[in-house]
Write a protein that binds this ligand. Structure first.
Ligand code: PPS
Length: 293
């Protein structure tokens, strides 16, 4: 048995986290009943999932915006495949928000009638690599690595939860016509959160006043989310997921270009070559550093 097998469960060619996954859930994904007003946040891990959970919760729920309700974003936008709290999805009020890392080919069939909406958040893969490296060393359910080099090899080979980043984004993008999907770039959200929230509202068909829009933006900044127990995942990490130390957080740095502090020149060049090979002619562009723009 490969070391990674202890942490990963491969289902139809895609790696899931072994201890959190329920094989019955995976086998029934195709038939999962979709409502027309469902919204799915789909991401490759470490691309801004919990950020999107917070933004969509703030857009949809007045009680989240004005803090009159104390509900964690994990409960507002539970994971479809990692239903840790065993929520009965059929009892969730509409519009339901789900989060998921699944590849396009495991998406419930009902999403293909293009009524329910998908928000796909993507991020430059070097920052994902660095974020994922720290996260894997933090979370007991993921395989720790001795150094970034070791993790980079696993990441590029797809021996991680979410499999190969290249396949995930390519798959969703190349099948975008099968779904009602909006692609949002993490770095654009970072650069201009207000415009990004406005774009999301327009896609979701949700009209917010200027004041509400500002409230969403304020509560979705990195620092405010980091301090917000409903959004920062600190309790979930320590009490449900399990952490190897007390220092790490889901809300780690939240920046663009952190990879420059971690990758050696050689690692960066190797990454670039593999990126070019896999993403040649891919239409979406990536932002590697905000100062470059
Ligand atoms: S997971 O485990 O897949 O659900 O992780 P995910 O939420 O997709 O990604 C975590 C990274 O997103 C960053 N994050 C943010 N960045 C900017 N602004 C806000 N508000 C925000 N919220 C979360 C988080 O810090 C992780 O990135 P890194 O680079 O590790 O800091």
């Amino acid at each position: 048995m490969d070391d990674t097998d202890q942490f990963l469960l491969n289902f139809k060619g895609f790696n899931f986290e072994r201890t959190l996954i329920d094989i019955d859930v995976l086998e029934n994904l195709d038939n999962f009943e979709i409502r027309d007003d469902d919204v799915f946040i789909i991401t490759y891990p470490k691309s801004g999932t919990i950020w999107a959970q917070q933004i969509l919760s703030l857009i949809h729920y007045e009680g989240h915006r004005n803090k009159t309700e104390n509900v964690e974003t994990l409960d507002r936008a539970p994971f479809l495949e990692y239903n840790m709290r065993k929520v009965d999805f059929s009892k969730m009020p509409s519009p339901r928000i789900f989060s998921s890392h699944i590849p396009y080919y495991l998406a419930p069939r009902g999403l293909k009638n293009k009524k329910a909406k998908i928000v796909y958040i993507y991020r430059n893969p070097k920052d994902i690599l660095v974020s994922y490296y720290h996260f894997s060393n933090l979370v007991v359910r993921l395989q720790a690595s001795d150094n970034l080099e070791q993790f980079m090899k696993q990441f590029l080979d797809g021996k991680v939860v979410g499999s190969r980043w290249f396949d995930h984004i390519r798959g969703w993008y190349e099948h975008k016509h099968d779904f009602n999907i909006l692609f949002m770039k993490y770095e654009d959200m970072k650069k201009d959160l207000k415009s990004s929230v406005a774009k999301l509202c327009s896609f979701l068909g949700k009209e917010l006043s200027e004041e509400d829009l500002d409230t969403v933006v304020r509560q979705a900044t990195f620092q405010n989310m980091k301090d917000d127990p409903q959004a920062n995942y600190n309790t979930i990490l320590r009490e449900e997921i399990g952490a190897r130390n007390n220092d790490g957080h889901f809300m780690r740095r939240g920046t663009v270009g952190d990879w420059k502090r971690h990758l050696t020149v050689e690692q960066n060049e190797r990454f670039d070559k593999i990126f070019q090979r896999n993403m040649k002619d891919f239409p979406l562009d990536f932002t590697w550093d905000l100062s470059e723009q």
